[in-house]
Design a protein around this ligand. Structure first.
Ligand code: DLL
Length: 437
């Protein structure tokens, strides 16, 4: 049977003018809903002097106030709920380790939209009813497992609800069940590829064809490493708990950015310092508005993710605007010796120079000076080298990183298997300065 090209073709290929019209209609209703049911929003809008009747279409969205994580913390746990609690059927929560967790609520309708978005992502990655989908994102409060699980049910694929961890069992199930699509974080996918290699199983002996990886920033170099290691095509997927979970946007076969599910979410990019809306093609902070969620409909939510929006005709036929790979979160950006550093820049250099994807960045302070260390694991075949040749490699890598960032780190090439592997979101940065500040 021929595979579907789209999960919901009417929505996914809707002409741009129709998308705008739909967004306008939905926004007008959403603002009325929120103003009437969430006193906190009413207060924010009243303070800004904007009434629901001022919002006549999507072009008026800039009149609405922004909300950010601090609003969610201030209203924890029920303050932004826009329906009766009795109408909610699920919560999910962020993986945040500091401060109060964010709790997102869902009605049946909200779960339905969310799983549709994930189903769109799966079909865009070539998945259909005949496929076997192993969901190796964490299940539970984290949205990754439940989101892809329900999306895979909607597509009608056989779903293997593995959750993360127990890597040996992951490999066994993949090959015993002829799994064709793997869903997990890119760092875990790289670990799974490494584990197959260690068992002497080559990419052509692995049943997988596609992978849907997200929940953390990853570079195109990392994509190629995973694609080669597992013999698959690797698709990006983006989302956040506050807006629903995975599937806010997803990649198609063109792999040139992620289509935002614009019939449900309106995206803007703003200057993080001034709040000014930036034109398409300019990097800035992503802001999302939930157009038709019922229980927890955030309006103009500041994600802190830095990225670029591009509307271009896509070879896949989808008309939804694309977001380029986020380069990181504005709060993940390190300032080292006065220079802005994103961990993804370092990842790009390491993989281009043929080092492994297992690395950790450590920043500390001696007196008033920042100390910048990068630990990079050698591949087993690189480890036989002599001390002299390792010192030469460290020097060369220092130079490559300096060329990218303008500052020189201390590079430490360490033995294979010395850096802890990630089964979920990888911890790439240890910033010890935060402990002293
Ligand atoms: O990570 C939802 C998700 C699950 C997305 C599975 C994709 C796959 P949170 O735990 O709330 O939700 O974290 C959201 O993770 O604001 C980004 O900073 C980051 N993030 C998510 N997807 C990507 C991606 C889930 N594809 C935060 N690329 C977001 C880069 C991503 N960063």
């Amino acid at each position: 049977m021929e595979k579907r090209k789209y999960y919901q073709p009417d929505a996914e290929t809707m002409p741009v003018e129709e998308i705008k019209k739909l967004q306008s209609e939905k926004l007008v209703e959403q603002v009325k809903h929120v103003y009437a049911h969430v006193p906190y929003y009413k207060k924010l809008m009243d303070e800004k002097g904007v009434k629901p009747e001022d919002i006549k279409g999507i072009e008026d969205i800039h009149k609405l106030p922004f909300v950010s994580k601090s609003d969610l913390r201030d209203t924890y746990p029920y303050g932004l709920l826009a329906v009766d609690l009795a109408d909610c059927v699920r919560i999910q929560s962020t993986s945040g380790t500091t401060g109060k967790r964010v709790i997102a609520y869902y009605t049946k309708h909200d779960l339905d939209i969310w799983s549709d978005c994930c189903a769109r992502a799966l079909v865009a990655a070539g998945v259909d009813k005949e496929d076997v989908v192993q969901v190796s994102y964490g299940y539970g409060l984290f949205t990754g497992g439940p989101g892809l699980n329900d999306g895979s049910h909607k597509v009608g694929s056989l779903t293997v609800p593995m959750s993360s961890g127990n890597t040996d069992r992951q490999l066994t199930f993949i090959n015993d069940l002829n799994v064709t699509c793997l869903c997990c974080t890119p760092s875990y996918a790289a670990y799974i590829a490494e584990s197959f290699k260690e068992k002497g199983i080559s990419p052509d002996q692995i049943s997988l064809k596609a992978g849907i990886f997200g929940a953390e920033p990853w570079t195109n170099e990392m994509r190629r490493t995973i694609e080669k290691g597992l013999g698959i095509k690797a698709y990006d997927i983006y989302g956040l708990t506050e807006i629903s979970g995975p599937g806010v946007s997803f990649e198609c076969e063109a792999q040139t950015g992620m289509h935002i599910n614009e019939d449900h979410f309106y995206a803007e990019v703003i200057d993080p310092d001034t709040g000014e809306v930036l034109p398409e093609g300019t990097p800035g902070e992503l802001v999302f508005t939930c157009l038709d969620k019922e229980a927890f409909p955030l309006l103009r939510y500041r994600t802190r993710d830095i990225c670029i929006l591009v509307r271009e005709q896509c070879s896949c036929g989808r008309t939804f605007i694309k977001m380029k790979k986020p380069t990181g979160r504005s709060d993940d950006m390190l300032i080292i010796k006065g220079v802005n550093v994103f961990p993804s820049q370092i990842e790009t250099v390491l993989l281009k120079e043929n080092y492994s994807e297992n690395y950790q960045i450590e920043v500390s302070r001696e007196g008033t000076t920042d100390v910048f260390d990068i630990y990079v694991e050698l591949l087993p075949e690189q480890f036989d080298d002599t001390v002299k040749s390792i010192a030469e490699k460290e020097k060369a890598l220092k130079g490559a990183i300096k060329a990218m960032l303008g500052i020189v780190p201390n590079v430490h090439l360490v033995a294979p298997k010395t850096i802890t592997r990630s089964e979920g979101k990888a911890v790439r940065v240890i910033d010890k300065r935060k402990l002293v500040d």
